[in-house]
Design a protein around this ligand. Sequence first.
Ligand SMILES: Cc1ncc(C[n+]2csc(CCOP(=O)(O)OP(=O)(O)O)c2C)c(N)n1
Ligand SMILES: [Mg+2]
Length: 292
Amino acid sequence: MQSKEIANKIRKYTAQWTIRANGGYLAQACGTAEILATLFNDVLDLGKSSGPMMPAEFIGVPKPGAPGTRGETWLGAGPDLLVISPAHYATAMYSALVATGRMDEEALIKCSKDGQLLEMIGAEHSPGMVVSSGSLATALSVCVGRAIARKKLNKPGFIWVLLSDGELQEGSTWEALQLANAMKLSNLKIVIDNNGMQVDGQMNNVMPIGAIEEKLKAFGCEVYDIDGNNLEEINLACKSALRDEKLSVILARTKPWTGFSFLWDRWENNKLHFIRLTELEKEILSKELAVL
Ligand SMILES: Cc1ncc(C[n+]2csc(CCOP(=O)(O)OP(=O)(O)O)c2C)c(N)n1
Ligand SMILES: [Mg+2]
């Protein structure tokens, strides 16, 4: 399947979820559809998923003697790993798993219900999710630790982590970047969804974070400033990042309103972060879904 088709499916499944669950993180999937499609389809060597196509029910958090379910199993035992840091992007991950044949479409119907793995804010037991990072800006530190361990053990492969720009407003992200650069972690690759918004609205109105590219460079990163909805640019940046000796950061400018017409109004009105559809929006979305 072409990455373009996978990206469309990521939007479609997340939109259907949003209608069914009477609310969802649709803009995050719309903004990162091309990034996830490219990572899954053209970049990552994940191997075959060993997670069931139809996830079982939640059986408890992992503890000694009872490993529980690990979301990572849906990613596969290949050398690479993909970590979604902002846990509210989980639906985009579930949709990507379905779009790439790692989970049944039916599994999405179980979304966001008590006792199920597919939580709206994903956790480490949710398919495709690796870290419970609903408390934002925590997964990068975990990834840095895992990348250091892999380096010490001479393990092949790359850890790719998707960060949000809101996580750049938190100090722990910068501490993790500082350590990753000090340790010269060329086995860690970061993609930032630079969508210009966070929970309360547009980043520049809530708390501007200034010249991100320059800041990342000052921390020692190799930075790729790209159009995050352009498959070719994403592909080129990822392939180039794989050859970097330094810590690579792909700063992907995304348009979280891409795909459905009513999203633009929400962007302008600072109501794009979480979408509880109005009756009119539901009607528009259903019509646009039918021709997607
Ligand atoms: C440590 C922490 N602080 C605050 C929050 C509340 N919160 C949830 S989502 C969010 C938005 C963060 O921005 P971003 O991840 O860029 O979100 P976007 O609107 O782009 O999806 C915030 C502040 C949180 N989950 N964790
Ligand atoms: Mg954001």
